[in-house]
Design a binder for this molecule. Structure first.
Ligand SMILES: *[C@@H]1O[C@H](CO)[C@@H](O)[C@H](O)[C@H]1NC(C)=O
Ligand SMILES: *[C@@H]1O[C@H](CO)[C@@H](O)[C@H](O)[C@H]1NC(C)=O
Ligand SMILES: *[C@@H]1O[C@H](CO)[C@@H](O)[C@H](O)[C@H]1NC(C)=O
Ligand SMILES: *[C@@H]1O[C@H](CO)[C@@H](O)[C@H](O)[C@H]1NC(C)=O
Ligand SMILES: *[C@@H]1O[C@H](CO)[C@@H](O)[C@H](O)[C@H]1NC(C)=O
Ligand SMILES: *[C@@H]1O[C@H](CO)[C@@H](O)[C@H](O)[C@H]1NC(C)=O
Ligand SMILES: *[C@@H]1O[C@H](CO)[C@@H](O)[C@H](O)[C@H]1NC(C)=O
Length: 746
């Protein structure tokens, strides 16, 4: 259910001060809605004073104290000041017109970021021993999960080997339906849940507590910080040990997303962030995004200013460009990649020929040869034939241009199931997408994906049998799983959202890629597959916990820098990482930012690009909340980010960056500029010398357009290297522009 269809929509108001609001006396209207009032940086020493202020403010407008009290649903008071309250549209409008009001806009529904709740295959999480060991597996780092709750009985959340709860923890274990204080332990150290502002429809099937009805939150929490659990598998596939990135880190659960849809109200998410600041979390993992893709949580900056690293999913809108979500410079925005595991399934033709596809076929009722039916596009019409019944149907999308791998195979499978087919073999250009298999397996139908070459072999066999006048037969065997170097990986996942950032093209996004395809993690009492940037996000959250444990003094910006500058752009064979899509191509920074995460290298990055949280506002002072109203004179590419994106290079642009040496005290770094095509790039000075008095150095990079040419984005990089094998690389994206009105989206 989206906000539009709900009678209570959310609006976000960003105000500077409370003064002069008490002059307002607004007429009451019948239909009030829930609004979120964001009072920005304003903070009070005593949070209760803040709450009282909110009440006074509303009393002034609503006329009665009782009405004000009952209309306020949430008070935000720890990191930032504000509240969520039921207001009429005209009340909200009047507030929005006050001079102190920076912005007023509708709040959004957020959604969990699985591609859908479909099964996926795979389990591979190569946690480098060095960092895991040195960081004591993230011991005592607290990861806050803003998600659908948790299934506390999962063995992944056992606290058997953990020490006492860190004394700095100030959170609570909020009880509720099927969740009492015994459900918190030394692993799940906190739990809170937020139903205010949530569509009541979403709550009907739910546990009114932190217990997860929707498995998403259990999966992400166990991916970030699950303990080692041996001998698990998903339906016998991908068998092995399951564990999170930081097995000794603690979990704080903030259940803000509800129902099978996993819808989250922005008002609740902001309250969860506010509480997490108070509670003392170190990392916040948010595998959620605004419905429709636009917008971001400005309240998140206050968490970052308190030293909390925020990790967000980058969205599942790929492979089209410009559809990233959570585009903010102070958070980490994560893309999803494939891992080195695949699920080959042998397909045998009636003539004995063996071919290989991909499938999740684990519960056969009857593995035997079955008639083969050529279903073409597998539309309802093309399956209107009694021969479909009991047959395995080969489906091949007719129009590759309009083909949507996220939906078309799913529709075809449903058509085959409705026509009483025994199974479906779907021809696609990438066999990494096993999205529609859950419904196939629920119905115990065979579902396999083959590439177009294999599909042609099957068709050829069909032609031969029709010449011979025999009936074509086919058999699909049980899925095996194969892992290791034989499976080319990582590739950026088809669904992973791509840059450039539509809201802020001067930020190079996404930041980094992490495994997000066919990952096995906890779901209730068992383990199952899930894919999506939702799954990639807690991988980064777990790694951040390890880095925090190893380097407690590093700021969120330093941790992000360490991750981005050490990421890999090639696979273990030294081949460039590819991005799935149509066609598949070499991955560029708009697919994976700095590259694929390399945790062990991130532990020792050599140099970091650090940022004082105050700087974000200096460069990002665009009446936060309304990008349209942005009046910033300083382009965002001046922020000391570990990347450079210049969307409008006309002649020459000079940017400065400052790096801090976090390696050995005496170090000499040399620059390797790799300039984007058509751009001249000069780094000054080209050598940086660090010693005990010079730990921080500033350099400038001058970009000059070589040609006067209306271009699209071209990519480059700047790497600083020393003799200790540090290679500190930042990605660069530049677009030469000669005409302002012309734009090339690519
Ligand atoms: C919590 O619930 C469980 C199961 O119903 C019960 O065994 C346990 O005693 C309860 N704990 C508390 C503290 O109420
Ligand atoms: C692993 O689990 C399976 C099925 O639950 C069981 O049959 C097997 O004995 C277990 N193996 C080990 C080593 O525990
Ligand atoms: C298995 O499938 C074959 C071919 O469709 C059929 O002849 C046979 O009866 C089936 N066996 C069972 C036990 O369903
Ligand atoms: C299936 O085909 C028959 C005749 O070929 C036709 O009468 C019927 O309407 C078709 N059904 C559908 C659902 O298209
Ligand atoms: C099968 O036969 C059809 C019709 O004769 C032809 O168009 C098609 O190319 C053949 N397919 C293969 C794979 O040989
Ligand atoms: C943001 O902009 C406002 C108005 O333009 C200005 O008063 C304020 O000082 C700016 N804040 C920062 C941090 O630059
Ligand atoms: C550190 O390097 C700077 C610049 O090269 C130099 O001026 C300074 O003397 C050096 N400090 C020491 C302690 O060597």
């Amino acid at each position: 259910m989206t906000l539009q269809s709900s009678p209570q929509s959310l609006y976000l108001l960003a105000l500077i001060t409370l003064s002069s609001l008490n002059l307002l006396h607004l007429k009451a209207e019948a239909s009030s809605k829930l609004y979120v009032v964001y009072l920005g940086e304003k903070q009070h020493e005593d949070p209760n004073v803040v709450a009282a202020d909110h009440h006074d403010m509303l009393t002034a407008q609503l006329g009665s104290k009782e009405e004000a009290l009952s209309s306020i649903l949430y008070n935000y008071k720890h990191g930032f000041s504000g509240f969520a309250a039921m207001l009429t549209e005209s009340q909200a409008k009047t507030i929005g017109e006050l001079p102190e009001v920076m912005s007023i806009r509708p709040s959004r529904t957020y959604k969990i970021q699985t591609t859908r709740s479909w099964d996926y295959l795979g389990l591979h999480y190569n946690e480098p021993k060095g960092l895991l060991h040195d960081s004591h597996q993230g011991e005592d780092i607290i990861i806050g999960m803003v998600d659908t709750g948790i299934w506390p009985e999962s063995p992944s959340f056992s606290d058997a080997d953990l020490g006492p709860i860190p004394s700095r923890w100030k959170g609570i274990c909020q009880t509720g339906q099927a969740f009492n204080s015994s459900n918190c332990n030394r692993k799940i150290i906190g739990a809170r849940w937020y139903t205010m502002g949530v569509d009541p429809e979403q709550l009907k099937e739910e546990y009114l507590s932190a217990r997860a009805f929707n498995n998403h939150g259990t999966h992400t929490a166990s991916t970030a910080a699950g303990v080692l659990v041996r001998n698990v598998s998903a339906h016998g596939l991908a068998a092995g040990a399951a564990r999170g990135g930081a097995p000794r880190a603690r979990l704080a659960i903030y259940k803000t997303c509800w129902g099978s849809n996993g819808d989250c109200s922005e008002a609740a998410v902001l309250k969860a962030i506010d509480d997490a600041i108070h509670d003392g979390v170190d990392v916040l993992s948010l595998s959620i995004g605004p419905v429709g893709g636009k917008g971001y949580l400005e309240g998140s900056l206050n968490a970052v200013a308190k030293g909390i690293t925020l990790v967000f999913a980058g969205g599942n809108g790929g492979p089209a460009t410009r559809n990233l979500i959570n585009e903010l410079p102070w958070v980490i925005t994560v893309a999803a990649s494939t891992i080195d595991r695949s699920f080959p399934t042998v397909i045998t033709l009636g003539n004995g020929q063996k071919l290989v596809g991909q499938a999740i076929y684990y519960q056969p009722t009857n593995i035997s040869f079955k008639p083969l039916y050529f279903g073409g596009s597998c539309s309802v019409d093309s399956l209107n034939n009694t021969d479909v019944v009991g047959s395995i149907v080969l489906c091949s999308p007719a129009e590759i241009i309009s083909f949507s791998p996220r939906y078309d195979p799913y529709i075809a499978a449903n058509n085959v199931i409705k026509a009483n087919g025994a199974g479906i073999i779907y021809a696609m250009y990438t066999t990494n997408l096993l999205f529609f298999f859950e419904s196939c397996n629920n119905y115990l139908v065979i579902c396999a994906i083959v590439d177009f070459g294999i599909a042609r072999e099957i068709q050829k066999y069909g032609n031969i049998t029709s010449l011979e006048g025999t009936k074509p037969m086919i058999k699909v065997s049980l899925t095996r799983d194969v892992a290791g170097q034989r499976v080319p990986s990582p590739n950026i996942a088809f669904f992973s959202s791509r840059g450039p950032s539509a809201l802020f093209p001067e930020l190079l996004l996404p930041d980094i890629a992490a495994p997000g395809v066919s990952i096995v993690a906890a779901m209730r009492d068992s383990y199952d597959f899930l894919s999506g940037t939702s799954v990639a996000c807690p991988h980064i959250s777990g790694i951040v916990a390890l880095l925090k444990s190893l380097h407690p003094s590093w700021s969120p910006a330093a941790i992000k820098s360490a991750l981005v500058t050490t990421a890999s752009i090639t696979n273990e064979h030294g081949w460039p990482i590819e991005a799935e899509g149509l066609p598949r191509k070499l991955a560029d920074p708009f697919d994976f930012g700095g590259g694929h995460v390399n945790p062990n290298k991130a532990a020792d990055p050599g140099l970091i690009y650090d940022i004082d949280p105050k700087d974000y506002l200096k460069y990002f002072n665009c009446s936060i909340g309304i990008p349209d109203a942005c009046d910033s004179t300083k382009p965002l590419y001046y922020l000391n980010l570990p990347s450079i994106s210049i969307p409008n290079l006309k002649s020459t642009v000079t940017v400065w960056r400052t790096v801090t040496n976090v390696g050995s005290t005496n170090a000499v770094y040399k620059a390797i500029p790799e300039s984007p095509v058509g751009v001249e790039m000069v780094v000054e000075p080209p050598v940086l010398v660090f010693n005990c008095t010079h730990k921080v150095q500033t350099f400038k990079v001058e970009f000059t357009a070589v040609f006067k040419m209306q271009g699209d984005y071209k990519f480059g990089s700047l790497t600083w290297y020393d003799k200790d094998d540090h290679r500190v690389r930042i990605p660069i994206a530049i677009r030469i522009v000669i005409q302002d009105f012309f734009s090339d989206a690519s």
